[in-house]
Design a binder for this molecule. Structure first.
Ligand SMILES: Nc1nc2c(ncn2[C@@H]2O[C@H](COP(=O)(O)OP(=O)(O)OP(=O)(O)O)[C@@H](O)[C@H]2O)c(=O)[nH]1
Ligand SMILES: [Mg+2]
Length: 219
């Protein structure tokens, strides 16, 4: 058992070293970087596709998407107007690691001014792996139920922003976004919160306004 813990510690230390190097390189390039995490199907790709459609005329957005298999999401985001979109298939690993990001950044075009990393849908492991980002965003969907912040506190504490998505389904689910917000704030009172429907566009102006404000901001 103690051997397992030691190996895990070593992997995380290696990840942190690469993440620090990445952060340094992102800063040199003046590149804002977001790591967005959620459970599978909460709406990351849909939200990002709508975000890119709104902002791609003004901002060169690069996307790195992690999934266990398929290039489905990268294709959607490329079609939405991403300046650069690349898919990482982990084959079975349930999270992205800094080494994977560093490897694909060798292919990134110079002209990017915002990089968004869509992490693998999973409410546990991605929270433990620094990817050199400036901002960590958690996306919770009303369809998951409002007990999730308390059941997965590590993820909610690892993030500084929370998007509560699928607000169009409030009535159908009989779950209020305001109640989800209260639960999340009990776990992490510092969360800054957006409420969106990537389907109807509700709340998208506030979310996209914040995303745009990250470009050229001091990191
Ligand atoms: N009603 C509703 N459906 C949504 C919303 N956002 C996403 N969806 C739907 O939810 C499903 C999953 O959305 P995705 O964007 O693929 O979710 P994801 O988080 O990227 O999923 P993974 O990458 O597999 O983890 C799709 O059928 C979307 O159309 C929303 O705001 N409202
Ligand atoms: Mg996706």
């Amino acid at each position: 058992m103690s051997r397992t813990v030691k190996i895990e510690k070593k992997i995380l230390e290696k990840n942190d070293t690469i993440a620090a190097r990445l952060r340094n390189n992102f800063a040199k390039r003046k590149l804002a970087v977001i790591n967005i995490m959620s459970s599978p199907g909460a709406g990351k790709t849909t939200l990002l596709a709508e975000t890119i459609k709104k902002l791609s005329g003004r901002i060169s957005i690069g996307i790195i998407v992690g999934d266990i298999a398929t290039d489905h999401d990268a294709k959607i985001l490329e079609d939405a107007g991403a300046f650069w979109a690349i898919q990482i298939n982990t084959g079975g690993r349930c999270h992205l690691e800094a080494g994977m990001i560093e490897a694909v950044m060798e292919l990134a075009p110079e002209k990017l001014n915002l990089l968004i990393i869509e992490n693998i849908g999973n409410l546990v492991c991605p929270a433990g792996y620094d990817l050199g980002e400036n901002v960590t965003v958690m996306l919770g969907a009303l369809t998951e139920g409002i007990d999730k912040p308390k059941k997965y506190p590590g993820m909610y504490r690892a993030c500084s922003r929370l998007v509560i998505n699928k607000t169009d389904l409030e009535n159908a689910l009989d779950i209020k976004a305001d109640d989800f917000e209260k639960e999340a704030l009990m776990v992490n009172p510092k969360l800054e919160i957006f409420k969106t429907s990537a389907k109807t566009g509700n709340g998208m102006n506030e979310w996209c306004g914040w995303i745009a404000s990250l470009v050229n901001a001091e990191h």
